[in-house]
Design a protein around this ligand. Structure first.
Ligand SMILES: O=C(O)CCC(=O)C(=O)O
Ligand SMILES: [Fe+2]
Length: 270
């Protein structure tokens, strides 16, 4: 059955930190999206090299890909209604100036490392009280930090720790690994097979982590303050729309947050 929003989904989202609107993209639009996404995947590698795993924002590449299907996706009433049902009026699920595509690297497996977005740019040792209290003020405000992965092809790259979005404090075993070079730049001396097994092990080593499986045309929304990561394999084609659900009221936030982050990083270096 095509997607149908149910009010019980609100509680599920709040509780788990992620939710999937299954089959919300109609087949005809999915076909149109695939046609342009295939071009965008090739373009990503042509412009940024074989290990690139994203192309963003799509708007920048309007001379090479037809953006119409992505505009149709932005206008899709089923999606607008579902996001409004989930989070209330005013929320927007698609922004061509932000939207990218997550794509598979073509040579080696790639793991982006465990992280909580939002605080990810501030190294854990530099997160002072100003960072923590700034984040505490907005942590549970649902206008912030909703990320979207919408699968144009079936996608099992994302791992998530359900419930971890509910607490700002980390539990034992919850450690940011985005700085681990072995994940993003696997050594040429280690085979693809062994690298893949190690990367899967790293996913599984996070307490409570589960892989998220998206079918074609499934829309995943997640609190990206929760622990999550992505493991990308060259033999599994990926073209997943990556965007945020935003709200016009929070426009000024980015500037003040940028200042708090910059101050914390500066003080840590002094
Ligand atoms: O690849 C994914 O699904 C996760 C991407 C991600 O965590 C990020 O871009 O911050
Ligand atoms: Fe992330």
């Amino acid at each position: 059955m095509p997607f149908h929003f149910h009010p019980s989904m609100v509680e599920k989202y709040l509780d788990q930190g992620f939710l999937i609107f299954e089959r919300i993209i109609p087949p005809a639009l999915l076909g149109d999206l695939r046609r342009e996404a295939d071009k965008a995947r090739d373009l990503a590698h042509e412009l940024n090299g074989p290990q690139t795993q994203r192309i963003q924002p799509l708007e920048k590449y309007g001379d090479r890909i037809d953006l119409q299907p992505f505009q149709d996706y932005a206008e899709l009433s089923e999606l607008k209604d579902a996001v409004t049902g989930l989070l209330g009026p005013g929320h927007t699920h698609a922004h061509l100036d932000i939207m990218g595509l997550l794509v598979e690297p073509v040579e080696r497996p790639w793991h982006c490392g465990w992280h909580r977005d939002g605080v990810v740019e501030v190294p854990p040792e530099a997160r002072d009280d100003s960072v923590k209290s700034f984040m505490a003020d907005i942590w549970h405000d649902l206008r912030f930090y909703n990320q979207v992965n919408c699968a144009i092809y079936a996608d099992s790259c994302t791992w998530f720790v359900p419930g971890s979005h509910l607490r700002q404090e980390d539990l034992p075993g919850e450690a940011q690994s985005t700085g681990d070079a072995a994940l993003r730049h696997p050594s040429d001396e280690i085979s693809d097979e062994e690298t893949e097994q190690r990367l899967f092990e790293h996913c599984r080593s996070m307490p409570g982590a589960i892989p998220v499986h998206l079918g074609p045309g499934d829309f995943m929304i997640y609190r990206n303050l929760g622990w999550h990561t992505g493991l990308y394999l060259p033999y599994q084609p990926r073209a997943t729309i990556h965007d945020i659900v935003s709200h016009p009221d929070i426009e000024g936030f980015r500037t003040s947050w940028r200042d708090v982050k910059a101050n914390a990083i500066r003080s840590h270096k002094e």
